[in-house]
Design a protein. Structure first.
Lengths: 332, 209
């Protein structure tokens, strides 16, 4: 009998509930994203969103999967990294369910879960992962029993940069899709600060210059085009540095910004140059959602890990490389 | 003239080539068709000229680097000395602890010599250090180097060393980082504090809090 896990994700603006079996079947993956009418995400508003909508999203996931609470064998939750209030709300729901149903609880690292659900979908075993979202911009690969961050942003995450720029240009949140659409109409490239430092990168200089282009009256499509080409070019370079450095032959693109087709096209080119296989995680599994938490919960549980409720405090700054990856063994 | 590929780097193809009865390295920054042409050309051009310039400046600062023989700014390639030796990265597991710490200290000293001269390396990993048979360190790959370095830029350089050690030499990272920093402080003295505290600050940025 396969194990059925309910995974709860709630590290930032999205709350998700996913139901996955130990055979890797995603039975349900329901989520809702808080879209602030103006400004950015306020942690307390987001946590209220999660506590208001969480129970109905969980109920919907059970309906979609066609299972009852009594069919669930395991509860997994996103323990970090993320916004404290959001993490606590989500963890409270997970603990309550585990206690009430009398089933084990597993704590999942959000970033690691993004990688492993990508591996499940792609069949990859040991990729260099480009994880790009509103809160994260990281190049991660497995080495010495851990997922290690080979490169990341030194200031703002790419998704955040696109959203804030979009807001500046008068676009609603999330701005990524509109920026992509506008960029297709762009014709003139404006040079913007290109900042790669080793395998790290920085977007703040480019962001400031892009805002200046707007105040100088440069058409929005040209700004979007220039921003995409520059920011994605930088990402491609650090991904390339990681591939050349680790000599791995799989490249995985995940996170909310993985939806961008131009980024996908550029990274496809990178993988061809390095003779690596490439996979972009499909949108329903690339953003923040519960299926990835459920799947990682299963991986951890089957290798003998669960957590006591009394030890399950959230970890807002939980680094990717702080978690022992017990289900993968020690080999690189 | 015969060419063999030594490595496919992130931004270049590295050949070992024989000319005038001697071995050289030919570093060619080949075009990347998946990038916007303007960006691709700009990167190939600036990285090639930066690398040439800094290889020479670094040597003037007392750091061993390959000498440049010629530069071709039409196809963005550099002909330089072939350094007979082994990448530091590959030596780490083979050395005894004393030798390892000695090399880390010298690595820290070399980075400090650059920083004192206002230069940052830009990609100071153990892949970009070659150890020759005399146990001398050579720094290579200066494509990301910068001049007129600020405290911030030096802090980033040191942060990148830590990053490289934690991803590539995880079981020895603390030992190696401490020895590297020791060498760095030995050379720079009290002023090293600014860059070192910036290094710690940089690590905390960009994370989702």
């Amino acid at each position: 009998m396969p194990i059925i896990c309910l995974g709860l994700e709630g590290t930032a603006h999205s709350f998700g509930a996913g139901i996955v079996t130990s055979e890797g079947a995603v039975l349900a993956n329901e989520w809702d994203m808080l879209k602030p009418s103006q400004g950015g995400i306020h942690p307390r508003e987001a946590s209220r969103h999660h506590s208001d909508l969480g129970p109905s999203i969980i109920g919907k996931a059970l309906d979609t999967a066609g299972v009852n609470y009594k069919d669930i064998d395991l509860i997994a939750f996103s323990r970090g990294p993320g916004l404290g209030p959001c993490l606590r709300t989500t963890a409270t729901m997970a603990r309550t369910l585990a206690a009430k149903l009398g089933i084990p609880l597993v704590d999942v690292n959000h970033c690691v879960a993004h990688i492993e659900i990508g591996n499940l979908e792609s069949g990859f075993n040991d990729p260099v992962t480009v994880y790009v979202s509103g809160g994260n911009t990281q190049i991660i690969a497995f080495a010495g029993g851990r997922f290690r961050t080979f490169g990341e942003t030194l200031d703002i995450a790419i998704g955040n940069m696109l959203d804030v720029l979009g807001r500046h240009l008068g676009m609603p949140f999330p701005a990524g899709p509109m920026i992509e659409k506008a960029a297709k109409e762009g014709r003139t490239f404006h040079s913007l600060p290109y900042s790669v430092k080793g395998m790290d990168l920085s977007y703040s200089g480019m962001f400031t210059s892009a805002k200046r282009l707007f105040s100088e009256g440069v058409p929005i499509p040209d700004i979007c085009f220039s921003v995409q080409e520059t920011s994605f070019g930088m990402l491609a370079e650090i991904a390339e540095r990681a591939l050349a450095h680790t000599k791995k032959n799989e490249l995985l693109l995940t996170g909310g910004v993985a939806r961008n087709n131009r980024l996908t096209e550029i990274l496809t080119g990178v993988s061809e140059r390095h003779e690596a296989r490439f996979h972009r995680v499909s949108p329903s599994l690339a953003g923040d959602q519960g299926a990835m938490i459920a799947w990682n919960g299963i991986l951890q549980y089957l290798s003998g890990h669960e957590i006591k409720i009394s030890n399950s405090h959230v970890l807002p700054k939980w680094r990717t490389d702080e978690q022992d990856i017990i289900w993968r063994g020690q080999n690189e | 003239m015969s060419n063999t590929i030594l490595a496919l780097g992130a931004e270049s193809v590295i050949f070992k080539t024989r000319r005038w009865n001697q071995f050289f390295v030919l570093k060619w920054r080949k075009t990347k068709p998946y990038l916007l042409e303007e960006i691709d050309t700009l990167l190939r051009k600036t990285r090639t000229s930066k690398e040439c310039r800094t290889l020479t400046i670094a040597r003037e600062l007392g750091v061993r680097t390959p000498a440049v023989y010629s530069v071709d700014l039409n196809n963005y390639s550099i002909l330089m000395d072939f350094i007979e030796g082994t990448q530091f990265k590959l030596l780490v597991e083979r050395l005894d602890q004393k030798q390892l710490l000695e090399l880390c200290q010298r690595f820290g000293q070399s980075i400090a010599q650059l920083h004192q001269g206002g230069v940052v390396h830009g990609d100071p990993t153990t892949s970009n250090v070659i150890v020759d048979k005399h146990f001398h360190l050579w720094l290579i790959d200066f494509g990301l180097s910068e001049m007129n370095a600020t405290v911030e830029m030096k802090g980033v350089d040191l942060h990148l060393i830590r990053r490289a050690l934690e991803t590539t030499h995880w079981d020895k990272q603390e030992l190696m980082l401490n020895a590297t920093i020791e060498g760095y402080i030995d050379t720079i003295g009290k002023e090293a504090e600014d860059s070192l505290s910036r290094m710690n600050e940089i690590r905390e940025r960009g994370r989702y809090h």
